[in-house]
Design a protein around this ligand. Structure first.
Ligand code: AMP
Length: 190
């Protein structure tokens, strides 16, 4: 199985690249942000809870996020692999994911980190907000807080995967296809 973590700050293009990778490698796309948004739309308790954090640009608590992710993984029977998009975002989530996959005799194949300059991120997200209508993409303070959360809690994860020998860094600036080709090269070279 090919189990990929697509890693990077908000606005790095994870969602866009995940969609293309899913098609090419026939993987199951698991985006925690998408699941939270679907729950908000559906008015579930999980959605209400997630919204209270997302509206501030803060991370949803680990316990809730991990439980949700594990339940999403469990919905798929014999997939070719998973692409985890926007998860893990904390060391506790990464440890929980490793532990959970081990119980299923699975593991992360590699973590692909999209590298984009911080100044470029805010610009990209605010532009995306105009088209997507995502509330957390339209308010500059929320966007800044998301980048701050990334720097404080998520960026240290690079070291976690580096130590496991699984981290592959990919230049996240350029055309969508250029970035996609760089990602595919890393995947195909194993
Ligand atoms: P995204 O769509 O990945 O940009 O996520 C949007 C928002 O959902 C984030 O700013 C967080 O509030 C929340 N979120 C998504 N994934 C996670 C996660 N793995 N851990 C905690 N919060 C998350």
């Amino acid at each position: 199985m090919l189990n990929l973590v697509l890693f990077g700050p908000p606005g790095a293009g994870k969602g866009t690249q995940a969609e293309k990778l899913v098609k090419k490698y026939q993987l199951v796309h698991l985006s925690t942000g998408d699941v939270f948004r679907a729950n908000i739309k559906g008015g579930t308790e999980l959605g209400k809870l997630a919204k209270s954090y997302m509206d501030k640009g803060e991370l949803v608590p680990d316990e809730v996020t991990i439980k949700m992710l594990e339940s999403e993984v469990g919905k798929h029977v014999s997939p070719k692999g998973f692409i985890f998009d926007g998860f893990p975002r904390t060391t506790a989530q990464a440890q929980a994911l490793d532990k959970f996959l081990t119980t299923k005799n699975l593991s992360i194949t590699m973590t692909l980190a999209l590298e984009v300059e911080v100044e470029e991120l805010t610009k990209r997200i605010l532009l995306r907000g105009k088209e997507s209508g995502r509330a957390d993409d339209q308010d500059e303070d929320i966007v800044r807080n998301r980048v701050k959360e990334y720097n404080n809690k998520t960026a240290p994860l690079k070291d976690f995967y580096l130590k496991q020998g699984k981290l592959k860094s990919v230049e996240g600036t350029g055309s969508i296809d250029e970035i996609f080709n760089s990602l595919c090269k890393e995947i195909d070279n194993g």
